[in-house]
Design a protein around this ligand. Sequence first.
Ligand code: CUK
Ligand code: CUA
Length: 637
Amino acid sequence: MKKFLLFSLSLGAVALLPSCKMKTAETAVSGDAASKVYVAPGKYDEFYNFVSGGFNGQVSVYGLPSGRLLKIIPVFSVFPENGYGYSEETKAMLNTTAGLIPWDDQHHLTLSQTNGEQDGRWLFANANNTPRVARIDLTTFKTVEILQLPNSAGNHSSPYLTENTEYVVAGTRFAVPIGEQQDVPISSFKENFKSTVSFISVDKNSGRMNVAFQVVLPGMDLDLSRAGKGPSHGWFFFSTYNTEQANTLLEVNASEKDKDFIVAINWQKAEAYAKAGKGKKMKVQYAHNVFHEEEQSATSTTETEVIVLDPNELKDIVYMIPCPKSPHGCDVDPSGEYIVGSGKLAALIPVFSYQKIIKAIDAKDFEGDYQGIPVLKYNTVLHGEVQKPGLGPLHTEFDANGNAYTSMFLSSEIVKWNVKSLEVLDRAPTYYSIGHLCVPGGDTKKPWGKYVIAYNKITKDRYLPTGPELAQSAQLYDISGEKMKLLLDFPTVGEPHYAQAIAADMIKDKSVKIYDINKNKHPYVAMGEKNAKVVRKGNRVDIYMTAIRSHLNPDNIEGVYVGDEVYFHVTNLEQDWDVPHGFAIKNNPNAELLIMPGETVTLKFVPEKAGIYPYYCTDFCSALHQEMQGYLRVSPK
Ligand code: CUK
Ligand code: CUA
C-alpha cells in the first residue's frame, strides 16, 4: 500500500491522506481486555496466526489471543537463524531462472482447504517481485516447494485457492510482454503488454504444484482475487486497476475512469478447454524447486512449456464486471453468493450477486465489451452498495454470522456491516491506517470468527521509539459481541499484508514429531558416530560429521589444502525432537548451520589461506555445549 500513499499525495487531495486519529488506546480498550488475551505461563494459545512479512520475504507465526511471536518461517529470503538459503540443501529453494535471489517481497497467504474449510495441511505464499508461489508444510513449518511463474511480473494477486485446493491462482500485477524478455518501447503497452492468471494445480496427496494453464488478459493490473465457493465454485474473481492501460501513472490517468473492473473467470470451463487441447503451448522457462523430505535436500529443475488460453478465442471463460474507482480487495462471502469489491478511492462498497451474474451471462445481457471480453451491466449484477462505510475500503473478511469486516485505510478503521442488508453495524478505530485484516477462517465457508486482527501501515506512537524504523503494528479485536472491542496491540516482523489464522488443534499435534534418522536418505548422512569420516576426491573434501551432546565428530581434521572445496555434512544424532545443534567455522563467508534431530545439513567452505580454523556448535544444547568444538588445519598447496 505504500504506492497508494504516494499516489494519494500526488493527487494533492488532503482528504485522501490517512487520518491518524490521535485518540489514545486507553479510550478504546475495555477493562477486561487484559484477561481476554492472557495466556497463562505453560498454556497454549487458541489460534495460530500466520502473518506475511512483506518486504522481508518471510512468514511469521503468532499465537492468538496472546500475540506472542512463535516462529519466523523463511520462504523467499535467506534466514540466518536456521541457515535457510545458506546451506547446500536449501540454496536450491531460492533458485530462479535469474539465479539465486536472496530476498523478495511476500504479501499474501492462504491455508489449504477441503470442502471450503481449512484442513491444516499447507500454507501457500506469494513472492511479489520475482513471481513465485511457495508451499509450506504445516507439520514441519518448512518451505517445501517454490514454483516460479512464467509470463508474469509483480505476482500480487496470489496465492488464492479453490475450495478443495484444486488450484492455487496467481495473477499479474504488472502487465508485461509475454514469452521471453522482450525489448519493446514502454509506450507500446496497449499492443505488447499482457496480463496473465496462472492456474497452479496442487496434487491431492503430495501437494506438488504445477502450472496447469494460464489465461491471458489484455494488459491491466490484477490486484487481488478470491475463488467462488458453494454455488459459485468453479469461478474466480479478480480486482483490477489501470484498465485505461496507461504506461505511466504520473499524470494519474490510471484513475481517470470512473470504474475499473472485477474480472470473473470460469475456471472449470478454462480447465476443460485446457484438457481438450484448446490452449496454445508456449515455450518459456521457469524454475521449480522442491525440498525432498527423505533426502533432506532441495532440487531445482527448469520447466520449459506452458499452456496459454486466450479469451478472445474462447469466448465464454472471462467476463468483466464494472466496479467503481480502482478496486483493491475482491472478497467472496462464506455463502459464495456475494462478491465484495473495494474501490480504494470510492465512498461506498459495491456487493455483487453471483446468481445475478450467472443470469446476466446466460441472457447475454452485456453493456459492450472490453477488448473483446464481454462487460456485464453494473446495476444488473449488483446486490447493493454499502453506503458511507468510511474512506478507502481495502479488504473484507467475514464472521460466521453473516457479517463482513472491511478495512478502511483512509479513515483508519474497521467497519462491520451485514452482508445481506448492507447495513453498517459498527466501526472501530485502528492505530493507524489499516491495510489487511484477518478473521480466523474469515475467507472460508466456515469462519471460526471470535477475533479480527488489523495489520496497520503506520505505527506512529504505539510502541517505544526505536529510531525511525519502527515495528509494524497489529491489533486484536474481540468480535464475539455486537460491538468490536480492541484487546491488544502486538508488534510484527517486516510489513504484514495478508494473514491467516487457524485453530491450534488443527495443527499442533502434527508438528510434534521427530524426523526419523532411519529414514534419512541424505547421500552424506553419518548414521552414528562410528560412521564419521573424511573422504577426499580430487580437490573436493567431504566431511561426514556427527553432532550429539556433547561432541562434534571428527573434532581434528588435517590434510586439507588451500583452495580445497570442503563440505561439512553435519548429521544431528539426537533422538529428542527439539534438540538442535549449530555449526560454524571461522572465516567462512557461507555463514552457519542449524541442524534439527535426524537431519543432515551441509556447509561449504573454500579456505583461502593456510592456518588453523576452529569450529563449534552455536546452539546452547547441554551443560557441555562449549565442549562441542574442533579444529580444521589448512596447509599450503
Ligand atoms: S496488499 Cu498490502 S494492504 Cu499487497 Cu494485499 Cu492491500
Ligand atoms: Cu550442540 Cu551446542
